[in-house]
Design a protein around this ligand. Sequence first.
Ligand SMILES: CCCCC/C=C/C(=O)SCCNC(=O)CCNC(=O)[C@H](O)C(C)(C)COP(=O)(O)OP(=O)(O)OC[C@H]1O[C@@H](n2cnc3c(N)ncnc32)[C@H](O)[C@@H]1OP(=O)(O)O
Length: 398
Amino acid sequence: IAMAGVAGRLARRWCRSAVRSPLQVISFPSLQLHLSGTAMRASQEDFESAMNQVKLLKKDPGNEVKLRLYALYKQATEGPCNMPKPGVFDFINKAKWDAWNALGSLPKETARQNYVDLVSSLTASSESSSQVKPGADREQQEYENLVVTSEDGITKIMFNRPTRKNAISTQMYQEIMLALKAASKDDSTITVVTGNGDYYCSGNDLANFTDIPPGGVEEKAKQSAIMLRDFVGTFIDFPKPLVAVVNGPAVGISVTILGLFDAVYASDRATFHTPFSHLGLSPEGCASYTFPKIMGPAKATEMLIFGKKLTAGEACAQGLVTEVFPDSTFQKEVWTRLKAYSKLPPNSMRISKQVIRNTEKEKLHAVNAEESSVLQERWLSDECINATMNFLSKKAKL
Ligand SMILES: CCCCC/C=C/C(=O)SCCNC(=O)CCNC(=O)[C@H](O)C(C)(C)COP(=O)(O)OP(=O)(O)OC[C@H]1O[C@@H](n2cnc3c(N)ncnc32)[C@H](O)[C@@H]1OP(=O)(O)O
């Protein structure tokens, strides 16, 4: 408890001091490699101007960056660390000493250049993030079937076709891809996918197959396979922690792609249903690979071949869901947790995700290509056409 109190005070003091003086700022080790390679050409004038810019930063760059700035400033003005090492309980001065000492014998000119570059990167990122106006207003104009908001370091992509149980139309596939691509580049640390209304998502909009292009059904199947491959590929390649907040029942592709998320939180009202055989289809979203890996082949068979619908508790027991919450407290508990996670160092989270994902990326893309190509055939099968017609003519539901 005492340590937590000290850490809190430290953070508050550092935040205040960063805007007051470059002498009281603190580091970002991940920038070190990038910065050490830059040419040494910053003048004393550039350096002084950078010191002034630090005071004008609109956004607190965080303690690590402030420590880095402090260390570079000291190195640039005084050379290698010349202070006696502070005691272990003198937390602030010890952190500053460590940061400065870590620069070793870095020449003054290089430190000056690195300081100028670091400040310039901070100014650029604060300008670009202030141009992005987070919030529903801006996003509503861009997306017809999604609500995308950015707050507290979290970009939330919400399926927004509640009257169709958030079924994914052709346009919505495109919008989800666009929203994910934007989220991968924005300054949020975590991206969340959720649904509006009582459903999380009822999967592919079965009416998608009624929009036949001049090339006929074969052309439609071909276009759909390309779209599916791109759609799933966007999830495979997504670079930040991706979390599903499953607010209600999930069907079809909205379930299979959960295997590509980094965490899945579910309300106890949620169910997980992949009725591919009932629809004359076969698995997509890399589930033919991720599900057997997550839950074992026998359990995956029950879901993907026999179409067994799982409760949230069952999906959690089988490893598809991270944690289940009572519906009454679901939103509150999940968002409190996500807000805490969003404050973790973003670069570290992103890199950890990449380390985990990179070992499998090639395999996942290959599986995605294979599944999409098999489905291209399935969509033209009698089994699939009959099942789709039965649903659309209101003869069948899941
Ligand atoms: C191109 C890439 C393809 C990738 C391959 C993807 C595969 C899949 O995702 S397979 C799974 C496809 N999904 C389904 O088969 C679900 C079909 N829907 C249903 O069975 C039911 O609607 C329900 C169980 C999801 C919900 O039932 P209920 O609570 O009774 O609600 P309604 O049926 O009255 O739904 C309200 C309204 O929404 C329409 N709707 C719901 N889901 C879909 C859907 N997936 N596609 C098209 N339309 C859907 C439903 O028809 C109702 O419409 P109205 O009757 O006009 O009000």
